[in-house]
Design a protein around this ligand. Structure first.
Ligand code: SF4
Length: 394
């Protein structure tokens, strides 16, 4: 088990299990959440925070590359050298080998992927270690190993190709790499599943059941009855060996706590409120919501669709609120609303704020690397196999 040095470096091991911790307190270096920030943060009320971040960034110059996920706050995204989804950002980092410091404004699994894909001399920093992902936490290495034993007992393990969503820990990506599977994103999930079902007769899809189900049923024409849900908290996943043998898609019981909040009633309400509105949602939404929507796609697809929409059109967008707000501000000629009536930020993404960014940049400018995210070599090796397989998808 890797420990946390004084500077807050985190490690990833192949054997961690993740206890539930109160967000922002206690410490679990291998988890996606629950770790407190070890630093002396500037006060959030400091009026000089923007100037301090700009000064530290300027002092670091080309030695620094700041990545900003689409769901980050405006106050943070203004300092990003590039914005994108998790995979695009990891590749951008790998394409900048001259920058020794990569500050990843996103969540823990994204920083892990950046560390895996970048060169050995590049150090990846996550400004707040409590910025995890609740979905990634829903599939731990121990649980997935146990599931594989259940498949072996049912006599199906040799038929199963594991496919994990990018939104998973490095441990899980490595498990998938070891078992001949692939990583996927919300943009290439169908290609990944097509590939997997040519290689085996069943897929274990981790950790987001909704992306797996929506892709299998709506894009590939499988029936809902071809899909079963493996619940890691129930003996045998809550499935009989016969059900496992009959299934084509074994969906892990995980979900995104942000996209999972949208309900079909949210779609009905917005259609009643805004005549002619088009409903555009992310495939991490539930099957019911996706069925009720007009258009479905990844974060990048949502951005492109809104960019290309004619002036005067109305859109209700079902994804993280920071992104929807930015789209609305960028397109005042279009009526862009958030799909739900209540606030729906990703709370862990929002852990990255100006005080944490200023603290991490000023520490780097002083020569002190804080909150480094570092994946151990073996885990990185097998994760890379699964990531490379994704890049090689036909
Ligand atoms: S939006 Fe959902 S999947 Fe993305 S980081 Fe937040 S909890 Fe995880």
């Amino acid at each position: 088990m890797t420990t946390v040095p004084a500077t807050g470096t985190t490690g990833t091991t192949g054997t961690s299990s993740i206890p539930l911790l109160v967000l922002g307190s206690e410490a679990d270096p291998a988890s996606e959440r629950g770790v407190s920030c070890p630093g002396e943060l500037p006060p959030a009320s400091d009026p000089g925070l923007v100037a301090r971040a700009a000064a530290a960034k300027a002092a670091l110059g080309d030695r620094l590359f700041v990545l900003g996920h689409h769901y980050q706050r405006d106050e943070v995204i203004q300092f990003a050298d590039v914005t994108g989804d998790s995979f695009k950002l990891a590749r951008e980092a790998a394409a900048r080998p001259t920058a020794p410091f990569i500050v990843f404004c996103g969540v823990h699994f994204m920083a892990e992927s950046a560390d895996i894909l970048t060169a050995g001399h590049q150090q990846v920093v996550l400004p707040d270690l409590a910025a995890g992902c609740s979905m990634a936490d829903m599939a731990t290495f121990d649980q997935v190993e146990e599931a594989w034993e259940v498949f072996e007992d049912a006599g199906v393990a040799d038929d199963v190709i594991p496919v994990t969503y990018m939104n998973s820990s490095a441990d899980i990506k490595a498990f998938v790499g070891r078992h001949g599977g692939t990583v996927c994103t919300s943009s290439n999930a169908r290609r990944a599943l097509d590939w997997a079902l040519r290689k085996g007769s069943k897929v274990l899809f981790l950790p987001d059941q909704h992306l797996g189900r929506n892709t299998a049923v709506l894009e590939m024409g499988l029936a809902l009855s071809d899909c079963v849900v493996y619940d890691p908290h129930r003996p045998g996943g809550g499935l009989t060996p016969d059900r496992l043998r009959a299934a084509t898609m074994i969906l892990w019981r995980g979900h995104c706590s942000v996209h999972g909040r949208f309900k079909k009633t949210s779609v009905d309400d917005v259609r009643a409120r805004i005549p002619g509105v088009r409903v555009l949602v992310h495939p991490e939404c539930t099957h019911e919501v996706v069925l009720a929507a007009d258009d479905i796609g990844s974060t990048e697809y949502i951005i492109k669709t809104i960019d290309a929409a004619p002036a005067g059109t109305s859109w209700a967008v079902g994804t993280e609120l920071n992104l929807v707000r930015r789209l609305a501000n960028a397109h005042p000629d279009k009526n862009i609303v958030f799909l739900d009536k209540t606030v729906c930020f990703c709370s862990t993404m929002n852990r990255i704020d100006l005080p944490h960014l200023v603290w991490s940049l000023e520490s780097l400018a002083r020569g002190e690397v804080v909150n480094r995210i570092q994946v151990d070599e073996e885990t990185a090796h097998y994760s890379r196999l699964a990531l490379d397989q994704m890049l090689a998808l036909p």
